[in-house]
Design a binder for this molecule. Structure first.
Ligand code: NDP
Length: 488
């Protein structure tokens, strides 16, 4: 059985891929397990050299892979190039910093064991399974893949059924750049959801999942059977707060990009905006100006592309229909903006907070706006949500204070989504948006197992604490010493 990947622009065939079953997936994981000894023994420097070769190989072919992303996902070519840029940047950071973050380091054994030495090692987990989405088919899986590889694991990648060709290219690029590497350092398994489920049950040491919250829960349930740990990078409903002292035009420009880039199919895309009433008229006018001439399409000059996954159009239609029923005002667009695959920008106001378009991830080119009396109301509404992936705050003087009050995995002040391009900044969710982190030092540690190693340097005859033959004076002495230490 095979699956066909079709281009969102014209339904043309991008490629056919095998639908792999449980036995196929287990065989791939077994090869990855064998390769893991070689990869681990390369050490940080050896792995960094291989990852650098891969990065350079990809970057030399940036136009080729960007064209493939454009064709298979539907996003404009320039946005596809940006995706490649972000991918190689993260790979660069992960490879360059794994040694610093994960090298063994000494720790203080504490006063009870001053005759000991202690250190913490960060062992690779072994084989990591990565399950990826279609919206950023290169960037999103890479966020787990590159950090897991840099930490010394081999990786088996299961891409979305909608974008297997990009992942095939990505995995082949690793092999082409590293002809000395044995099979199995980075492998691909293709298929539908069942193939992802098979990967969860194939004896991997961790699953790095990026996708919807609904599927994330299923992945976690499957992994519970074998106590396989998971990182879940799930959906979001990211809010923006525009304070009374915000630079309104800049806020509108950022919101326009954050809400509509990639047809709104961005996990950390802007979906809800809360504007303090003093600047609401100015903000709405500025946002409408920003959206003049913004249009979806498949050719040159389109601001964003068609919806990648046909079923997502129905989600957008349902959210907009609910907004109509709730008596919402459409500042721009409306139900008629939704075509078969292309959706014109839609800006919705006057929606109650329990409307579907406010509660659920829309994942389309729509945004809701709500006027609030003050920042307290904005923060309350922002935080009253199941999703808490990321958030943005626009304020000239109070950005940090507001950011501190927002429940989110990451907050951007006076911009949107910028953290996603920063190798050093961890990224992940809170609540229904998942848990665990990719990127940054925390993203490396996510794919390593801390192992404490303590060594007795010399014995303390007569003063041994952990012995059945403890001397009678040891505990009174200990009580005296600890009494001083703890101030009793
Ligand atoms: P899905 O949840 O539909 O699918 C994600 C991946 O899981 C796909 O590869 C899918 O395979 C696979 N899968 C499906 N069923 C199972 C199963 N039972 N066991 C294991 N794997 C399974 O998400 P989408 O692909 O639609 O991606 C969009 C979602 O991803 C959005 O909610 C978005 O917010 C989120 N996302 C989150 C990011 C973050 O960093 N937090 C980043 C990017 C996206 P198949 O496609 O073959 O069904």
């Amino acid at each position: 059985m095979s699956l066909d990947s079709l281009a969102p622009a014209d339904d043309g065939l991008v490629g056919s891929f095998p639908v792999m079953g449980e036995d196929d997936v287990r065989a791939v994981v077994a090869t990855a397990r064998t390769a893991s000894t070689w990869w681990r023994e390369l050490g940080f420097d050896g792995r960094a050299a291989r990852l650098a070769a891969w990065r350079k190989h990809m970057w030399r072919r940036v136009d080729e892979v960007a064209e493939l992303i454009h064709r298979e996902n539907g996003k404009p070519l320039d946005d596809a190039v940006l995706e490649v840029v972000l991918t190689v940047e993260h790979l660069h950071w992960a490879a360059g910093n794994a040694g610093k973050v994960l090298r063994s380091h000494k720790v203080n054994p504490g006063p009870l064991f001053s005759n000991y030495a202690a250190r913490v090692d960060y062992d690779p987990l072994g084989v990591v399974g990565v399950i990826g989405p279609w919206n950023y088919p290169l960037y999103a899986p890479n966020s787990a893949v590159s950090f897991a590889l840099a930490a010394g694991n081999t990786v088996v990648l299961k891409p979305s059924e909608f974008t297997p060709a990009v992942s095939r290219w990505y995995v082949d690029a690793f092999a082409a750049a590293n002809p000395d590497a044995p099979a199995g350092v980075l492998s691909l398994v293709t298929g539908f959801g069942e193939t992802g489920a098979a990967l969860c049950n194939a004896g991997v040491d961790k699953i790095g999942f990026t996708g919807s919250t609904r599927t994330g829960k299923r992945v976690m349930a499957q992994c519970a059977e074998t106590l396989t740990p998971v990182v879940l990078e799930c959906g979001g409903k990211d809010p923006v707060i525009v304070a009374a002292d915000a630079e309104v035009k800049a806020a509108a420009r950022a919101v326009a990009w954050g809400a509509f880039t990639n047809s709104g199919q961005t996990c950390v895309g802007v979906e809800r905006v809360y504007v303090v009433k003093d600047v609401a008229d100015a903000f709405e006018a500025a946002l409408l100006r920003e959206l003049e001439g913004v249009r979806p399409g498949t050719g040159k000059g389109a601001t964003y592309g068609p919806m990648t996954m046909p079923a997502q159009v129905d989600v957008v239609r349902r959210h907009v229909a609910d907004a109509v029923e709730r008596g919402a005002t459409f500042l721009k667009g409306g139900p008629d903006s939704i075509g078969e695959r292309l959706i014109e920008p839609i800006v919705i106001t006057d929606l109650p907070e329990d409307a579907v378009a406010v509660r659920e991830e829309t994942f389309g080119p729509t945004v809701t706006l709500r006027r609030v009396d003050d920042l307290d109301e904005a923060v309350t509404l922002v935080n009253d949500h199941d999703y808490a992936l990321s958030a943005s705050v626009f304020s000239r003087a109070h950005g940090d204070e507001i950011a501190d009050r927002v429940r989110a995995g990451q907050v951007t002040i006076n911009s949107v989504i910028a953290f996603a391009g920063m190798g050093a900044v961890p990224m992940g969710g809170v609540g229904a948006s998942g848990f665990g982190r990719v990127h940054g030092a925390d993203g490396l540690r996510e794919f390593a197992r801390p192992r404490g190693v303590v060594r007795q340097k010399f014995a303390l005859p007569g003063f041994e604490l952990i012995t059945l033959r403890r001397a009678g004076h040891v505990m009174p002495l200990m009580k005296k010493v600890l009494g001083v230490r703890h101030g009793l």
